[in-house]
Design a protein around this ligand. Structure first.
Ligand SMILES: Nc1nc2c(ncn2[C@@H]2O[C@H](COP(=O)(O)OP(=O)(O)O)[C@@H](O)[C@H]2O)c(=O)[nH]1
Ligand SMILES: [Mg+2]
Length: 362
């Protein structure tokens, strides 16, 4: 499965509208706070000119772009961490995504109710952040209690973990997201079964009306910067309408240009998303396909292989790696191998953006 991004935000901020714009999937859009009962999942191809260039040498093979999966997550409201609204369902859905797109309402429209009565990006962002922090805190407190117990009965192994979670508890209760804390390599395994929500990378999306950037969206960009991430501005409704009425990509761009929009929301998101979410793309040319894949930066070769075939991680022997631009220069992996230009790596190899990888499995 591809990398998945969950759209989160208060009701009526335009999550489903933007989801539509992104996936053109036609999810149900209604002016009603709890309308998104089922998660809508949409898969979109990620355009990549490097894949096009590689494919030129393998024109008998199918070209398969990498994909991003978007999940339109059920409305999050104040109190969701305690099960208010669709709180529990929301939490189950957000656990499964790799990253969050935090949609913020930046358009004024008397016909579209706002849960808190007015447009206020800072307040809205803080409501969502607080719910996620509270949920994480609940899990952390449980951990601290059980670790305290173990430390008390003399379990020496529990000491480091206890101290780690005590430190986390302090930071999270002061409103700090876990993704922004410095966590030592040795401590990372402690977080594995907790799988905290505020550890997931976040990218903000300012949903502006048809006019484009405004005073509210500027605030969203500032708040994103303060949080060491980015924001993109999308005219949600306009783009979803364009998606529905245009036949192809070219027509889409022509329409958007008429409104002064040079890059579609999807293009902006992909560009900012790969950077902020620390994603890398690698390529494979084995079998009947030339294909692009998305993994997080720092992913080791066997886990990258597991994207292709689940048992590749267990059967991993080694991998042969070329840079995409070298492959395009020379034309085949065989030639690169003969020239001694293919690097061989073991299971500790971290996949780099632009790698062309041949997995050798047992
Ligand atoms: N005026 C205006 N209305 C919008 C915009 N984006 C979404 N809406 C409207 O806001 C309402 C709620 O949008 P929806 O996408 O269902 O919000 P969700 O609850 O966050 O999924 C719908 O009536 C949309 O048509 C926008 O950019 N401008
Ligand atoms: Mg919705």
């Amino acid at each position: 499965m591809g990398f998945s991004c969950g759209l989160v935000g208060l009701p009526n901020v335009g999550k489903s509208t933007i989801f539509n714009a992104l996936t053109a999937a036609g999810a149900k859009v209604e002016n009603y706070p709890f309308s998104t009962i089922d998660p809508n999942v949409g898969v979109v191809p990620v355009p990549d000119p490097r894949l096009d260039q590689i494919h030129k040498f393998f024109s008998d093979k199918r070209k398969v772009p990498t994909t991003l999966q978007f999940v339109d997550i059920a409305g999050l409201v104040k109190g969701a961490s305690h099960g208010e609204g669709l709180g529990n369902q929301f939490l189950a859905e957000i656990r499964n995504v790799d990253a969050t797109l935090h949609i913020v309402r930046c358009f004024e429209d008397p016909n579209v109710a706002h849960v808190d009565g007015s447009v206020d990006p800072k307040r809205d962002i803080e409501v969502i952040e607080t719910e996620l922090l509270l949920k994480d805190l609940e899990g952390i407190e449980k951990k601290v209690r059980s670790l305290e117990q173990r430390v008390r009965v003399g379990d020496k192994a529990a000491k480091a973990e206890h101290d780690f979670f005590a430190r986390l508890q302090q930071a999270v209760s002061q409103g700090q997201a876990i993704r922004n804390l410095s966590i030592h390599e040795n401590e990372k395994p402690f977080l594995k079964d907790l799988d905290p929500l505020t550890l997931k990378p976040v990218l903000f999306v300012a949903n502006v009306g048809d006019q484009g950037e405004n005073e509210f969206s500027k605030i969203v960009h500032q708040l994103a910067e303060q949080r060491q991430t980015k924001a993109v501005t999308i005219s949600g409704r306009l783009e979803s309408e364009v998606m529905e009425t245009s036949q192809d990509d070219e027509e889409r761009h022509t329409y958007l240009k008429e409104y002064g929009i040079e890059q579609s929301g999807l293009e902006k998101l992909i560009r900012a998303g790969y950077e902020v979410l620390h994603l890398v793309t690698f390529f494979t040319t084995d079998g009947p396909e030339v294909r692009a894949w998305t993994v997080s930066k720092g992913t080791h070769a066997p886990q990258a292989g597991a994207k292709i075939h689940t048992d590749f991680a267990e059967r991993f022997v080694q991998c042969e790696v070329a840079r995409w631009d070298e492959l395009v220069k020379i034309g085949s992996l065989h030639k690169l191998r003969d020239l001694g230009h293919l690097a061989r790596h073991g299971e500790k190899y971290e996949v780099q953006d632009g790698d062309v990888i041949h997995f050798v499995v047992a």
